[in-house]
Design a protein around this ligand. Structure first.
Ligand code: SF4
Length: 145
């Protein structure tokens, strides 16, 4: 805890608190952008010495930002029309198999969210594990997701 696991007040300032419920798998700091932390994406291809997300992948669940339900995200976005971008982050969301990724992305595509313009992925897979997008068995599906 002395290593400041979530710097810049991420828990107190960025995690939405609605009707008394903390949305621990979401962060909403910048008005147009909501960050989503899919539970299965909370590890990384790299372990950079400067990483400020280290608390996501040291095996301490209480420290993690993580969500399993895409519905939580869809619900939140339906009530926050100012959000134009969803950023999947981690860890690295592209550690997830395409079939798991699809469970999170497709509900967003199906939902009535006309204000949602971009679905983004914070990933270093291109540099650290290009096979994920080129030659892995589900590479084509992941690329199209
Ligand atoms: S790639 Fe990003 S999330 Fe992964 S260890 Fe490095 S800084 Fe952290």
């Amino acid at each position: 805890m002395a290593m400041n696991p979530h710097p810049a007040g991420q828990i107190d300032l960025n995690v939405p608190l609605e009707v008394g419920v903390e949305r621990r798998g979401l962060q909403h700091k910048y008005r147009p952008t909501a960050l989503f932390f899919p539970a299965q994406g909370q590890t990384c291809h790299a372990y950079c010495t400067y990483c400020f997300r280290w608390a996501q992948f040291v095996g301490l669940d209480d420290l993690k930002f993580a969500a399993r339900e895409a519905e939580t995200l869809v619900d939140y976005l339906a009530r926050h029309r100012e959000v134009s971008d969803v950023l999947f982050t981690g860890g690295d969301p592209l550690v997830m198999r395409a079939s798991v990724l699809r469970r999170y992305v497709e509900p967003l595509l199906r939902a009535d969210l006309p204000h949602l313009a971009h679905i983004r992925f914070g990933t270093k897979a291109l540099a650290y594990w290009p096979a994920r997008l080129l030659t892995d068995p589900d590479a084509a599906a992941r690329g199209s997701a």
